[in-house]
Design a protein around this ligand. Structure first.
Ligand code: SAH
Length: 202
């Protein structure tokens, strides 16, 4: 029997993967329920960091720092925005666990208010998918992101040269044709299973 999830049985399946999310989970990683079901697994976050060209990255939706830490581990400077005050402090703490806190500057607040206050050419976007039940709709549209994905991308294309967006496997790609941008696609694979995809707009 595995350890019981402290955040409820409905997210036990995420808790069981905590060492996939953070290899160093037992070195004192701090997380909450939303952080747990939202975090990008360490292996995937590192692959995304290696595939991203810029040296200075705005992580728009910080969570508990899964992506921010990986970007910093590949030597990039990170401005990490997170709306929730608790999770913002978890990012700072978790960055220390990985020894990369000197490369991550956290900002508490709304992406649309804060992103233009920093000087960076690249933005990484992993906006909320609406909780663990996101798959029930069968197909995922830009307006299933919260905030709305169209608003996020419009803002991102206006303020950044390199835009990287993580999407669920059920994402409807016809949705991004309206932006008329070229892009590369990366499958995010864990144990032979595609768990999400990353879009690199150029
Ligand atoms: N990739 C992250 C998880 C992101 S979860 C990781 O690996 O840890 C999405 C996060 O976006 C949540 O923590 C939520 O609080 C935050 N968020 C939601 N709306 C936001 C906004 N308008 N501005 C900044 N952060 C926001």
């Amino acid at each position: 029997m595995g350890e019981t999830c402290p955040f409820g049985t409905d997210v036990q399946r995420y808790w069981d993967k905590r060492f996939e999310y953070f290899l160093r989970f037992n070195d004192g990683i701090k997380i909450d329920k939303e952080g747990l079901y939202s975090v990008t697994p360490e292996k995937i976050a590192l692959e995304i960091a290696e595939h991203t060209k810029g040296d200075v990255i705005v992580v728009a939706f910080g969570g508990v720092g899964g992506n921010a830490i990986a970007f910093a581990r590949t030597g990039k400077k990170v401005y990490c925005i997170e709306l929730d005050e608790d999770r913002k402090s978890f990012i700072e703490h978790n960055a220390k666990v990985y020894g990369v806190d000197d490369l991550i500057h956290t900002i508490q607040g709304d992406f649309f208010a804060k992103a233009s206050t920093v000087s960076a050419k690249t933005v990484f976007l992993d906006p909320p998918w609406g909780g663990p039940s996101y798959k029930e709709s069968g197909s995922f549209k830009l307006n299933n992101f919260s905030p709305d994905g169209t608003k996020i991308l419009d803002y991102a294309f206006l303020n950044f040269d390199e835009v990287v967006l993580m999407v669920p496997t059920i994402f409807d790609f016809s949705e991004i044709e309206k932006f008329d941008k070229q892009y590369d696609l990366q499958d995010n694979v864990i144990n032979g299973e595609i768990i999400s995809q990353t879009i690199y707009f150029s």
